[in-house]
Write a protein that binds this ligand. Structure first.
Ligand code: TUI
Length: 314
């Protein structure tokens, strides 16, 4: 029912992408999602090329299926990561937190599919003209670095602005959200928070448990004054940020407070002083399941949701 143009383009069974979360989206998780018929994605984050190369090798040893690398455009190693994905013949890249325009020709020449995250319809249009293959329209319900628009607003506006497939992200964790994205014109979805609670996700168990415990209002946006707002689960660190922001301290001081905090949450399981990036949908997630079960359940729920409304073709 959900085999779309996007599935054909990416050679995947289900139109479900796993968010390329820095530190979180390791080779193990990416391989599990790809083996389950979705598109697994390694999050390069701020890591240097040799670290990302190891993760690529891990995925290649665990699956024959297509996978992707997410290139984080604020990383100091962006150019190295682009050279690496070309050398390793990675079939797809997604990009985030910046405009990948300057690398598109080089990537197309290497036959790599390019799928940028966009936070506006105008950037989607510009990137379509430059030859990207699809875009991810990410609403501010998502975890981590956020744009200004909600999923409900950005997805249909990006769908209307361009002719290439649009993937919806932000606030999706079950079959209802998946079906709703399709009603808005999306040809696929990307989920981050849901896959943090996959069995194969290697984050510290404290991080997963914090998501399981989360309720609808458990996230907060910090870092507004730095120009890089980030959605996280409320904890001691987020309250410290809010206090400093209220006091109007220097941006540099806020940036320093954020340093190394994602690693502290993911690797050390420091749920008080770590940055627990998660989306608003965290409150809906109440189990840790294998990636395959997560994906198959969402597809089944989405089919049931759509049948309820007697819609035969999407
Ligand atoms: O990038 C994300 N989500 C993120 S990044 C992040 S922070 C991090 N921390 C430590 C290590 C590595 C990373 C946590 N979550 N989402 C994709 C996204 N991209 N959202 C919004 C955008 C975006 C913003 C502006 C994309 C393009 C853009 O273009 C600006 C321009 O040049 O026009």
């Amino acid at each position: 029912m959900f085999y779309t143009d996007l599935c054909k383009m990416l050679n995947i069974k289900y139109p479900i992408l796993q968010g390329g979360m820095a530190w979180v989206a390791t080779g193990e998780l990416a391989a599990a999602v790809s083996n389950a018929g979705g598109l697994g994605i390694i999050g390069a984050g701020n890591a240097p090329a040799d670290v990302v190369e190891n993760e690529i090798k891990k995925v290649k040893s665990l699956t024959e299926k297509p996978f992707a690398v997410n290139v984080y455009y604020m990383s100091p190693f962006v150019d190295d990561i682009i050279d690496l994905v070309i050398k390793e013949e990675v079939p797809v890249i997604t990009t985030g937190a910046g405009n990948p325009g300057k690398h598109i020709d080089k990537l197309k020449e290497a036959n790599i599919k390019v799928i940028p995250v966009v936070a506006s319809a105008s950037l989607a249009k510009r990137l379509e003209r430059l030859g990207v293959d699809a875009v991810i329209a990410e609403g501010m319900e998502c975890g981590g670095h956020i744009g200004e628009l909600t999923t409900m607003s950005i997805v249909p506006q990006v769908v209307d602005a361009i002719d290439i497939p649009v993937i919806a992200a932000g606030g999706i964790a079950d079959g209802r959200g998946f079906a709703a994205a399709f009603m808005l014109g999306a040809k696929g979805v990307q989920m981050g928070t849901r896959f943090v609670c996959a069995e194969e996700c290697t984050v510290h168990k404290n991080y997963k448990e914090a998501i399981l415990k989360a309720k609808d209002r458990s996230t907060v946006v910090t870092g507004m004054p730095t120009g890089h707002p980030v959605r996280v689960l409320k904890n001691r660190l987020s309250r410290q940020f809010q206090l400093l922001e209220k006091q109007g301290v220097d941006i540099k001081e806020l940036e320093e407070l954020g340093m190394g905090k994602l690693r502290a949450a993911v690797v050390d399981g420091d749920i008080d002083n770590g940055s627990l990036m998660a989306g608003q949908i965290a409150g809906l997630i109440d189990d840790i399941l294998p990636a395959k079960v997560i994906i198959e359940r969402i597809i089944r729920e989405a089919e049931e949701t759509i049948k309820k409304f007697n819609i035969r073709n999407i």
